[in-house]
Design a protein around this ligand. Structure first.
Ligand code: DX5
Ligand code: ZN
Length: 215
């Protein structure tokens, strides 16, 4: 069993309210909101006004994934735009400890994300301070990419750390998640599955969310 965070990046942006309501009426635990700046990642998604608009209709907490350079500049703005959890990239934060404390001070759940090439061990000194560790299972920037198999190993290592030291962070995986890889991801220790294109291209997205949740 896992919680599901459908990624709104794969929604129909001309029908955002409809797609947010589909998520509201599903068994999803969160709405995953991908923010891309065209700098940290080679794509631009959407920004604060859209996040705010999603929040106005959302009945599930917003899990905001910042794929942006210098995220410190925007933490407060995303908190004000309705973020419940704010996840920054390890690779974008030279002062990660300070950034995490700032997210906590704003009253949001702090998360940190790792690109596929970044080993989980780099987080050893911050694992006790975060609510969430997001393992990217594709190179961030686009939906609809192929799942990277090495992710299983990273999840297993992270879960071992968590058990060994008694940490409480949740493990989230993001990119290329579908019904084929979800069961093994959950077995290795994943708590939250992000799924974009697999949910939104399926004939019955709410049913797909439920099926993924039963993985
Ligand atoms: C990728 C984003 C993901 C993306 C996942 O950079 O962080 O959240 O929306 O989409 P799928 O599930 O289509 O790989
Ligand atoms: Zn994401």
């Amino acid at each position: 069993m896992a919680e599901i965070a459908p990624s709104i990046l794969a929604a129909d942006f001309a029908n955002l309210q409809r797609d947010v309501e589909m998520i509201n009426n599903s068994s999803a635990g969160y709405i995953h909101v991908d923010i891309m700046d065209g700098m940290f990642v080679p794509n631009i998604s959407f920004g604060l006004p859209v996040c705010e608009a999603i929040h106005r209709h959302a009945k599930k907490p917003l899990d905001v994934h910042l794929m942006i350079e210098q995220p410190d500049r925007y933490l407060e703005a995303f908190r004000n735009a309705g973020a419940s959890g704010i996840t920054v990239h390890y690779e974008a934060c030279p002062h990660l400890h300070r950034t995490i404390q700032h997210i906590k001070e704003l009253g949001a759940e702090p998360g940190v994300a790792l690109n596929p090439h970044t080993p989980v061990e780099v987080l050893s000194e911050i694992m006790g301070d975060v609510s969430l560790i997001l393992i990217m299972s594709v190179n961030p920037g686009f939906g609809g990419q192929k799942f990277i198999e090495n992710t299983y190993k990273k999840i297993a290592t992270l879960d071992r750390y968590r058990k060994e030291f008694g940490y409480n962070f949740k493990i989230e995986v993001d990119g290329g998640v579908n019904l084929n890889n979800a069961p093994r991801l959950v077995r290795e220790g994943v708590d939250i599955l992000v799924a974009g294109s697999f949910v939104f291209t399926s004939p019955d997205p709410a049913k797909t969310i439920a099926e993924l949740g039963n993985s």
